[in-house]
Design a protein around this ligand. Structure first.
Ligand code: SAH
Length: 389
């Protein structure tokens, strides 16, 4: 096995359990893309095993000393409780580094598993991982793979828009899943990431819990998630806004899967930044605004620009709230810390000249565990604010 030797002192984070070794921490040693290597301290003593990524800033990803199939079986086993209840049949089975499988994401949609392999080591082991998922995921019909994640390019891995089958049967065009009171159609070939934002499950429930009788504005609605939860929980009106016509079309189809109810639904194809200004100019007011934008900052370098974007939409949304109205606001930028996000919200509230209470904080659900030694895994932050005026 090839050995990668770390610079003096750089073994500390590995010994603490952090899964990433950056190129700057490496004194010497090379291996092929994806190869299993021994990670050694500066004196040459073996401290861990890892997968080598020659093209990436993250040169080695630490892995447990166990067969990959065992790691997949363990990760799936940790989700057993999800399959023991009937709330949902859409579950993240493998959450990358935090499950000891760096760069491996596996999402389960009613029997079909869709993976992303975003490290060289993960990519090199996809056949083995797919076989293990086929064997250990409950009632597994097939395993396929998305190749379009930006993070693949950063690892020097090929990207394209196809969704190859790795094992078992091809998924249908649209997979119907259930999440509590709502059904969703998931487009695993063309949808974002693996097709659906499983990470917002708990936040959708939180929004639903506050939506009874409310006039709700759901910004960046994608396939309708938050708005359909608000509808299922008795909202008077829901306005779903997204820039993507395809996303809105699927949101409408998702609405038609649900029981008829008295909620008035409006779909708006628009840029949220412009639509919020239009609402302001027209004097529209809402009982609840949901802001779940795409990642504004992919890297720390983009953080300040991203901060202006977050402040802009949050300030506009705050001004649109009726007294006692709720703002459910999210950031999925890993580079944005929860503290900085709170600071941006506080500045927006000051500019809006309104007082707010934090009534809830949300994060990705329990099928997205975060290793205690890997805080970078906690990218998703949600804050639910109540306007006091
Ligand atoms: N809230 C969704 C996920 C949102 S993903 C859910 O729970 O499922 C982000 C969405 O924002 C995408 O659907 C994308 O089409 C949309 N989007 C990106 N930029 C936008 C903009 N400037 N205006 C409106 N929608 C935008």
């Amino acid at each position: 096995m090839e050995r990668v030797v770390l610079r003096k002192g750089r073994e500390r984070s590995v010994l603490k359990g952090h899964p990433w070794v950056f190129s700057g921490a490496v004194e010497g040693g090379e291996a092929a893309a994806g190869e299993l290597v021994e990670v050694c301290d500066s004196k040459g003593g073996k401290i861990a095993l890892g997968w080598y990524s020659p093209a990436s800033q993250i040169r080695v990803r630490i892995v447990p000393d166990a067969p990959v199939a065992d790691l997949v079986a363990a990760a799936v086993g940790r989700r057993a409780d999800f399959f023991a209840n009937a709330y949902t049949n859409a579950v993240r089975l493998v959450n990358a580094e935090s499950d000891g499988l760096p760069g491996v994401v596996a999402d389960y949609y009613a029997g079909h598993v869709v993976c992303q392999f975003t490290s060289a080591g993960a990519d090199a082991r996809k056949a083995e991982i797919a076989d293990a998922l086929m064997k250990f995921a409950p009632f597994c019909l097939g395993v396929s793979e998305r190749l379009d994640a930006d993070s693949r390019a950063r690892e020097g891995l090929a990207t394209d828009a196809s969704c190859p089958l790795l094992s078992g049967a091809e998924p249908p065009e649209l997979i119907e899943v259930v999440e509590g009171p709502v059904k969703f159609l998931v487009d695993v070939r063309r949808g974002h990431t693996t097709g659906f934002y499983l990470d917002q499950r708990d936040a959708r429930a939180a929004v639903g819990a506050l939506a009874n009788g409310a006039d709700v504005l759901n910004c960046f609605c994608y396939t309708g998630g938050f708005g359909l939860f608000a509808r299922a929980c008795g909202a008077a009106k829901v306005t779903q806004v997204d820039v993507s016509a395809d996303a809105l079309a699927l949101a409408k189809r998702n609405e038609s899967l649900a029981h008829l109810c008295g909620t008035e639904m409006e779909y708006v194809e628009a840029d949220v930044f412009q639509f919020l200004r239009k609402c302001r100019d027209e004097g529209r007011r809402f009982d609840m605004v949901v802001l779940d934008p795409p990642k504004f900052a992919a890297t720390k370098g983009q953080l300040m620009r991203a901060a202006r974007g977050y402040k802009d939409i949050n300030l506009l949304a705050m001004k649109l709230l009726k007294p006692n109205g709720y703002l459910a606001t999210f950031s999925c930028s890993g580079a944005m810390t929860p503290e900085f996000f709170d600071t941006i919200l506080a500045e927006a509230a000051e500019d809006a000249k309104k007082g707010f209470q934090v009534v809830a904080r949300t994060r990705a659900g329990m099928d997205h565990p975060v290793a205690l030694s890997f805080p970078e895994g906690a990218y998703l932050k949600g804050v639910v604010l109540r306007s006091l005026s």
